[in-house]
Write a protein that binds this ligand. Structure first.
Ligand SMILES: [Fe+2]
Ligand SMILES: [Fe+2]
Length: 183
């Protein structure tokens, strides 16, 4: 990958504004974004204080922008990324006294795909994106398309930020308060 591509992707990742005014993005995903089964993901926390719905929107919009920049299938990327965690339960409450490969981390991509195909017509790229998004954890399910690799990477990036966001905002707040004492 060229250095300017890396710089542009870094710029896209650093810009965490989710544009609801992006006409093309909205056109691609409007039916999914407003579907009641999809909006029910607002009831579940995914990482930190971020709901499953907000997590999927972040992964979808960021992946869409990267796919568009790389001249990939941005529409399939945006749509599948929005559905990639449509497992529809609170994974924190699942008692996982199960064998390793039956735990949430390994099984939820297939659950999300099973749910997604009940409500939406998915093409091969979209199916691959959803069912392979936990790679390399699910090491046998290697992404077949570049679009799947984009979502796999962006999912990990967003998940890490969301997990540490409560801590980083706490640190930022305490720094602000301690600086204020010296003003
Ligand atoms: Fe996931
Ligand atoms: Fe995810």
């Amino acid at each position: 990958m060229r250095l300017e591509d890396k710089k542009e992707i870094y710029k896209i990742l650093s810009d965490n504004t989710i544009s609801t005014y992006d006409n093309e993005y909205n056109e691609f995903v409007a039916d999914i974004l407003n579907n009641p089964v999809v909006t029910s993901m607002k009831e579940y926390i995914q990482h930190g204080n971020t709901t499953c719905y907000d997590h999927c929107v972040s992964v979808s919009y960021t992946s869409y922008k990267i796919a568009k920049y790389l001249k990939l299938d941005a529409k399939s990327t945006a749509r599948a990324a929005l559905l990639h965690d449509l497992f529809l339960y609170d994974w924190h409450k699942v008692m996982e006294k199960k064998p390793l490969f039956e735990k949430h981390g390994f099984t939820h991509p297939q659950t999300a795909l099973d749910n997604a195909i009940k409500y939406f017509d998915l093409n091969d790229i979209e199916k691959d994106i959803i069912v392979k998004h936990m790679w390399p954890l699910t090491f046998r399910k290697v992404p077949k398309y570049r679009e799947s690799l984009v979502v796999t990477f962006v999912d990990k990036y967003c998940s890490t930020n969301e997990t540490f966001e409560p801590l980083t905002s706490k640190i930022a707040k305490s720094n602000f308060l301690s600086k204020k004492q010296y003003l």
